[in-house]
Structures are given as structure tokens and as C-alpha cells.
Design a protein around this ligand. Structure first.
Ligand code: G6P
Length: 609
């Protein structure tokens, strides 16, 4: 949901901003712009479109300087257009603002400002910030921004500069993330750490209600009341190489192929062969405390929600603890009943999703124990949850989540086994058996990836269909949802995920020769039921593609296409059955020639409600 970048130092600012924006582009990509500050005035360049369009426009203009701001947008207020692209300015063009978030009271502020004589140029909510800073400016930009943000309601992470107080970037955070990168004689402002990795590992994370004034000489942090705040400089462990494509055509494909390693990395160091026990001391919740939870509640959005659904089956089957799952966006507005015996698990790859973060804050108010499963170590959710289980997937750039899903499944399997361990639900030898099954998964994933060519050929045969039904039952139901989500988000083909037991209650009416069904049918406790569903589809001349166990001969004569996957413990089949569905969606999107890493209308990190 929009990416912000800023730089002040001695490098030429333009390449720093452009390179930074490219690494933030997954956050939004409908329009983009930059501002370069001169001593007398600020020069802007904005476009509707992507960073590549901005680059083309910049080739025709010369913007020189060592200090500026950049923005890539995901429109909330005001359609994507050049005028609505950030940075935005006040009436005089002296105050320049980039913003991520939503100013909820912008209409009333705009009305007041117009009454006071301010002239607006855009349809955005952001423009009010520039006019407010203009209104409050006397001689100090930091003070003017501090006064302006008192008037704002909503979520924002913003950066402001002005030639009237030259040499400063002022930033403020209330909701969406903001970080400052520190190097000798130069400072970077960003929405996340990705653009900073090639420049520095020294980062300061802003908390809500904090602001900073950054100059070439240093920085100062304040709270919104203007009181100085001491901040800790954190050292990052991610490397620049992690955000390169490394020879793959798209980030999504590279990330699909990284999954075996991601599962290995997420398991690594979390089981002691000596004691034959899982060691998750990092959770921040002692085994004694965990033992007493009689209920688990999982909250998440998007693909993380699908991982959570699989997690529910893991936790219930392995530890015997009743587990509920809820969309974080729904949880926020319903009268959900939690008690102190409930452990709340929030799952978010980015650690910044607005609804999940708000749900976590709600839980904390209710004084319930919270555990976050996230991929971003210093993200808001990681910092605010009581305990954290990190998924070691490295940065995920493709907007459609793939490797982080597998990493989340791994973390959830570990959590379920750990809960089983502390509750004494599994015998030592059974715990070891499950752990060994988990350890086999990377190798089995590699064997599926080795046969990607056959999935590419399958995509060739099916890319022209307009609708797909994805069906699964028990642990394969969330896989059906995730497979359908992957197909619709990157190929724009309508795909519906359904629990196959529900097929007769509606979706069967859609079945005809134009609507293929992707059926996830590994050999498990619902295999026979799934076979009956397949027969019901075939009777109605529906075409069936089946993701099935590779030793299943029976399936061959019952369906049109088979995607074989190796056998594993039935509970862990989602690790393997999801992979071909990711590849299928990827290859179909590639044949259709759409923008795989940046599908239309989507953003990787949804930091607004
Ligand atoms: C967006 C992304 C999805 C992601 C969802 C939740 O919609 O496009 O890929 O699953 O947000 O994100 P989170 O970071 O909380 O897992």
C-alpha cells in the first residue's frame, strides 16, 4: 500500500530514489513520483504507471541534487493519474509530502483549508497534509509537521521536505511502517528495509506516534508531543542478494523454487536430536504457560489465512487443542469471546497487515496471550506480539505469496508439535516420527520442482479456460482455497476454492465442459469421498485435473489429468499439494502474458483497512 523512499547525503539522489522505488514497487504500482530539493525550490516528476514509466520520463528531464523523496502508489483516494501521484505540494509549492496510509478526516480538513483560502490540485487525501504544513510553518519544518499531524485522523507514515527549511526530511508514523537507514554522512527513509539493504545494515524502526527530523549530519526522534525519544540502532541480517532474481524470469518463480530451502531454514535449530525434543524457547511463552491454554485462536488475512486453516488441522490433530480461525478483518468488528485460556496466533508474512495488526492490538487490550508467526523480524507485529516464531523465508518480492506460505506451514507444524510436546499429547517416539516427516518435506518438494515441465505443459492445455473450480477436503480444503487464490490473483481467471463436501450444495450447478475442476486428492482419510465427488463431476461432463499421490494407480482412469506428488504423512500433504498449484498458476499467467510479480490492483503489504 504505497512505498516511500527518501535520501539525504552526498550521493546523487535520483538513482538512489529510483533503485529504492523499484524495491518498494511490490507495495503499489499504479503511479509514482519523486521530488528533488533545490535551495530555492523543489522539482517534481510524476507519472501514472510504474517506476519504469517514471524512469522514462526522467530521462527527458535533468533533476540533480543530493536530497529528495520518492513514492510508489496504490490508490485509495483519487484514481491513479499523474495529478494524484505523490509527492503532493501546498499552494506555494514549498512543502512536499509523500504519504502511505489513509487520512480519514481529509474531507472536513479540506473544507476548512479551502475556507481559509487554500487551493487544492488533486483528489487525494494526502494533499491536506501539505496544506496543513504550509498553514503551520513559521520557520521550523519539524514543528510545522508536528502541529499538522495533530489534526490528522487515520493511518499514516509520511515524509516532508521544504526549501524553506533546507536540508531536512521530517517523517512521522501512525500505522504503516517507516524506517531510517544510517550510513556515514547519509540517511535513508523507507517504508521497509528492502531498499536499504544495498546501502546499510544499520536501521532505526519508528514506532507509532513517533517522528524524526533527519539531516545530513544526523537525526533526532520525537514523540508527537515533541518530546525527544531515544532510539536503538538495529543491525539487519538480510542481505542484498536475497532480493535479486538470480536468473529466474520472475520473482514468483524464484520464490517457488526456494521453498525446499525455506522449509529447511525454518526447521533448522528447532529440534534437539540429543533430547529428542523441540526447542522453541524463542516463543517468549514458557512451556508451563503454554500447557494451560485450552483453546487456540488464529487470526490472519489472505494467504496467511489459508496457512492458518492448515494450522488449525495441525494443532487439533497433534495437540488436541480446539482451534478457531478467523479473518483478522472480521475479528475486529465482531463480539468475539476470548478468555485468558486462549492463545491467539496471528499470522502475517509482512508483519504489517493493517487488519492483523489491529486485531493483535485488540487482543492485547483483552490481556490475552499472543504469538506471531511472521517473516519480517522487526515488523510491527513481531515487535508487538508477546511471542514470535519467525519463518526464515527471506524477503518475498512477488506479490502472490508462495515461499512464505510454505514457511508458515512449517512454523505452524512446529507450533502444533510443540504444543503436543508441552501437553504430553505425543509420545517421544511419535514426536520424533512427525519431526522426521517434516524433515523429509524439502527433499520431496525438490522432486516436484524437478517435474515442473509437465505442469508447464498442463498449463499450455488449460490456459484458455475462463473458470476453474478447486476442490479439497480436510487438510486439502485450504489447499484448494490457496490454489484458486493463486490462479485468480496472477492470471485473472475466475477460480473458486470449495470444500468438496459442499459441492452438491451449489457449485455442482456450474459444472459443464467449460469449467474444469482441480481436485486435490492425496491418499488420506477422505480419499474415497473425494473419488465420489470426482465421479459426480465426470457424470456431468466436467473435466477433472487431480493432484494425487504418485503411487495412486486408481486415479488414472478416473480423471483427465494427474499431477503426481510424493507420499508423506497425510497431515503434511499441504506442503506438497500446494506446490504444483503455484506452478500451474504461474505458467498459466506466463502464457497469458500478464504481469506476474505485480498483478493489477494488488499490493503485497496491505497497510490500510
Ligand atoms: C496481501 C498480499 C497477500 C497476503 C495478504 C496478507 O493481500 O497480496 O499475498 O497473503 O496481503 O499479508 P500478510 O503480510 O499479513 O501475510
Amino acid at each position: 500500500m504505497c512505498g516511500i523512499i527518501g535520501y539525504i547525503g552526498s550521493q546523487k539522489v535520483l538513482p538512489v530514489l529510483i533503485e529504492g522505488l523499484k524495491k518498494l514497487e511490490y507495495r503499489g504500482y499504479d503511479s509514482a513520483g519523486i521530488a528533488v530539493a533545490g535551495r530555492r525550490h523543489v522539482r517534481l516528476c510524476r507519472v501514472k504507471g510504474k517506476i519504469s514509466d517514471l524512469e522514462k520520463k526522467l530521462n527527458q528531464e535533468s533533476l540533480d541534487g543530493n536530497y529528495g523523496l520518492g513514492h510508489t502508489r496504490w490508490a485509495t483516494h483519487g484514481r491513479p493519474s499523474e495529478e494524484n501521484a505523490h509527492p503532493h505540494q501546498d499552494c506555494t509549492g514549498s512543502f512536499v509530502v509523500v504519504h502511505n496510509g489513509i487520512i480519514e478526516n481529509y474531507l472536513s480538513l479540506k473544507k476548512e483549508l479551502i475556507n481559509e483560502g487554500h487551493a487544492f490540485q488533486t483528489e487525494t487525501d494526502t494533499e491536506v497534509i501539505a496544506h496543513l504544513v504550509e498553514k503551520y510553518f513559521e520557520e521550523n519544518l519539524g514543528e510545522a509537521v508536528q502541529r499538522a499531524i495533530q489534526d490528522l485522523k487515520g493511518a499514516f507514515s509520511l515524509a516532508v521536505l521544504s526549501p524553506l527549511d533546507w536540508g531536512k526530511i521530517v517523517i512521522a508514523k501512525m500505522g504503516p511502517p517507516a524506517v531510517v537507514g544510517i550510513n556515514e554522512g547519509e540517511y535513508f527513509i523507507s517504508s521497509d528495509i528492502n531498499p536499504l539493504l544495498s546501502h546499510t545494515r544499520n536501521i532505526v524502526f519508528l514506532e507509532d506516534q513517533e517522528m524524526a527530523v533527519v539531516t545530513k549530519e544526523g537525526f533526532q526522534f520525537f514523540d508527537f508531543e515533541g518530546k525527544a525519544v531515544e532510539k536503538k540502532v538495529e543491525q539487519l541480517s538480510w542481505t542484498p542478494l536475497m532480493i535479486e532474481k538470480r536468473g529466474f524470469k520472475h520473482f514468483m518463480l524464484k520464490e517457488i523454487y526456494e521453498q525446499p530451502q525455506v522449509v529447511r531454514d525454518t526447521i533448522s535449530g528447532r529440534f534437539s536430536l540429543e533430547s529428542k525434543k523441540l526447542c522453541l524457547d524463542e516463543l517468549g511463552l514458557s512451556p508451563q504457560k503454554l500447557k494451560h491454554f485450552s483453546r487456540v485462536v488464529i487470526l490472519a488475512c489472505g494467504t496467511s489465512y489459508h496457512a492458518g486453516l492448515v494450522g488449525k488441522y495441525f494443532i487439533e490433530s497433534l495437540s488436541g487443542i480446539p482451534t478457531d480461525i478467523e479473518y483478522a478483518s472480521e475479528y475486529r468488528y465482531r463480539d468475539f469471546i476470548l478468555d485468558r485460556n486462549s492463545l491467539v496466533l496471528v499470522i502475517s508474512q509482512s508483519g504489517e497487515t493493517a487488519d492483523t495488526l489491529a486485531a493483535l492490538r485488540e487482543i492485547k487490550k483483552q490481556k490475552c496471550a499472543s504469538l506471531a508467526v511472521t517473516n519480517v523480524p522487526k515488523s510491527s507485529i513481531a515487535r508487538e506480539a508477546q511471542g514470535v516464531l519467525l519463518t526464515h523465508a527471506g524477503p518475498e518480492i512477488g506479490v502472490a505469496a508462495t515461499k512464505t506460505f510454505s514457511a508458515q506451514l512449517t512454523a505452524l507444524a512446529l507450533t502444533a508439535l510443540y504444543l503436543a510436546q508441552v501437553k504430553g499429547k505425543l509420545k517421544e517416539k511419535d514426536l520424533l516420527t512427525f519431526f522426521q516427516q517434516l524433515q523429509r518435506i524439502p527433499h520431496l518438494m525438490e522432486s516436484i520442482l524437478g517435474k515442473a515441465k509437465s505442469i508447464q505443459e498442463l498449463a499450455q492445455r488449460y490456459h484458455a479456460y475462463s473458470h476453474f473450480l478447486y476442490l479439497g477436503r480436510w487438510v486439502s480444503f485450504p489447499v484448494a482455497l490457496e490454489g484458486a487464490l493463486k490462479l485468480k490473483e496472477i492470471s485473472y481467471i475466475h477460480a473458486e476454492g470449495y470444500p468438496s463436501g459442499e459441492m452438491k450444495h451449489g457449485p455442482i450447478a456450474l459444472i459443464d465442459e467449460k469449467m474444469p475442476s482441480m481436485v486435490i486428492i492425496p491418499r488420506d482419510r477422505v480419499y474415497e469421498k473425494m473419488m465420489s465427488n470426482i465421479s459426480e463431476i465426470k457424470t456431468r461432463v466436467g473435466c477433472v485435473l487431480a493432484v494425487a499421490s504418485e503411487d495412486d494407480r486408481e486415479i488414472l482412469s478416473n480423471v483427465d489429468e494427474v499431477i503426481p506428488v510424493p507420499s508423506v504423512h497425510p497431515l503434511f500433504t499441504p506442503f506438497l499439494t500446494t506446490l504444483p498449484l503455484q506452478l500451474f498458476a504461474y505458467y498459466i499467467a506466463a502464457i497469458r502474458g500478464v504481469d506476474i510479480d505485480q498483478p493489477r490492483n494488488l499490493a503485497k503489504s496491505v497497510t490500510v483497512e
